[in-house]
Design a protein around this ligand. Structure first.
Ligand code: ADP
Ligand code: ZN
Length: 436
């Protein structure tokens, strides 16, 4: 059977003019609907914006940003635009500091979220005859239910394996003929390690051809490794609970930037310090306005994720803008000896050494009143225990890291399996500096 390359041809191939017109119309109705939110009714009154006063997309800038703190301050239901009894689902973030945040969904929200995820899965070439296994935690983490409903809507046979129990996960893959897996990138690597231990070759012993990787920052090197190890194509998936979850932005088969669905969101990239827009192509903080949410629309939400809009058009035929892979969150940035460093810069260098695995940990600590960085990384299985060769390798890694991040880290090469493995998002940085 022949299938169209688009899940939703009409919306996926809108021209720029059509996107702008649709966004304007949806922005007006979103602002109108936000009058039902106690928080936004007050906000919009203060800044004097009403649906009627929005004449162009530029008028969006008259509305102040919404922050995670606003979500916390209005916990649990104060920002919602409908009453909780009109909703059918609630997701909540962990909230390690202060109040957690709550995201409410009506049935319509869930249907549209599923449609967005289905569109993404179709875009990377998955079709109803594929078998889709999801290794995300189910529950509050939106990577579980988000992919589940999207993959079902697309018509695939789904295997809601959930997180952990890697041996069972692999057994499902071989027994059920899984062709596509959704996994956090660090877990994709773990899957391969366990397959290796069990003497399973993913290329010949499974039918896997596609991996969806996301939920945490990862480098291009990391993606290529996952592709090579598992013999698959791996596509970057970006989302966050505040914007429903997965399905916000996704790579197409070109693997060159993530299309962000502009019929669902208005995208802005701003300088996180000055909050002014940065020109297309420059890195800044991603700010999103939802255009189709019923329970909890968000206006100009500061995601804290740093990225840029890639210039030019994508050959796939979709005009929805493309985001570059995320550099990390503004709060992932480490400042060491006055230099700003992102973990992803370190990962990019480490993975250029084929002797190293992608399991690494960055520790920041104070020694004799100096702040220092230690980078621990695991060696691949087949690597030598020749001391001289290891020293030489350590020196070379240190040199390359220093070139990239401008400070000299202490590099420690560890045997495979030494660093802690997490079932969820990988913990890459441990900051135990003393702040005087
Ligand atoms: P939490 O806020 O507890 O981490 P979420 O599941 O809502 O829970 O996480 C969303 C965040 O995860 C995003 O804001 C972003 O920082 C990160 N993230 C999600 N997908 C990607 C991706 N493909 N690349 C980089 N970071 C990602
Ligand atoms: Zn494309």
């Amino acid at each position: 059977m022949e299938y169209s390359p688009y899940f939703d041809p009409l919306l996926e191939t809108l021209s720029r003019e059509e996107i702008t017109a649709l966004q304007l119309q949806r922005l007006r109705s979103t602002v109108e609907h936000c009058m039902h939110s106690p928080f936004y009714a007050e906000r919009l009154k203060q800044c004097g914006v009403s649906a009627d006063s929005i004449k162009s997309l530029d008028d969006l800038k008259r509305i102040p940003f919404t922050t995670k703190q606003d979500l916390r301050n209005t916990y649990p239901f104060g920002i919602a635009s409908v009453k909780p009894e009109e909703c059918v689902r609630l997701h909540s973030s962990s909230g390690t500091t202060g109040n957690p945040t709550v995201i409410l969904h009506t049935q319509k929200d869930l249907n549209e979220w599923a449609a967005a995820v289905a569109r993404c899965l179709w875009m990377v070439g998955l079709r109803p005859y594929d078998v889709f296994q999801n290794s995300s935690g189910y529950g509050m983490f939106t990577g579980g239910l988000g992919f589940q409903y999207g993959a079902e809507k697309m018509g695939m046979l789904t295997v809601p394996a959930a997180a952990g129990n890697t041996k069972r996960q692999i057994k499902f893959m071989t027994d059920f003929g899984t062709t596509a897996v959704h996994a956090i990138p660090s877990y994709a690597t773990r899957l391969y390690e366990v397959m290796e231990e069990q003497g399973i070759d993913p290329r010949t012993d499974t039918r896997l051809h596609t991996l969806i990787i996301g939920a945490e920052p990862h480098s291009e090197e990391q993606r290529r490794r996952i592709e090579e190890m598992l013999g698959v194509k791996a596509y970057n998936s970006f989302g966050m609970s505040e914007m429903c979850g997965p399905g916000v932005a996704f790579e197409c088969r070109e693997q060159n930037g993530l299309h962000i669905w502009e019929d669902y969101y208005i995208v802005e990239i701003v300088d996180p310090e000055t909050l002014r827009p940065v020109p297309d192509g420059e890195v800044g903080e991603l700010v999103l306005t939802t255009l189709n949410r019923e329970a909890m629309p968000l206006l100009r939400y500061r995601t804290r994720d740093l990225t840029r809009i890639l210039p030019g058009e994508c050959p796939c035929g979709r005009h929805h803008k493309r985001l570059d892979r995320m550099k990390g969150r503004s709060d992932d940035m480490m400042i060491l000896k006055g230099v700003n460093i992102f973990p992803i810069q370190i990962e990019t260098i480490l993975l250029q050494f084929e002797e190293l695995t992608s399991n690494y940990l960055i520790t920041l600590e104070t020694r004799e009143s100096n702040d220092e960085m230690t980078v621990e990384v695991e060696l691949g299985q087949l690597f030598t225990d020749d001391y001289g060769r290891l020293q030489e390798l350590t020196r070379e890694i240190t040199r390359r890291l220093k070139d990239e991040i401008l400070v000299t880290p202490r590099v420690k090469l560890l045997p495979k399996g030494s660093l802690p493995q997490s079932e969820g998002k990988a913990v890459r940085v441990k900051d135990i500096r003393k702040h005087f």
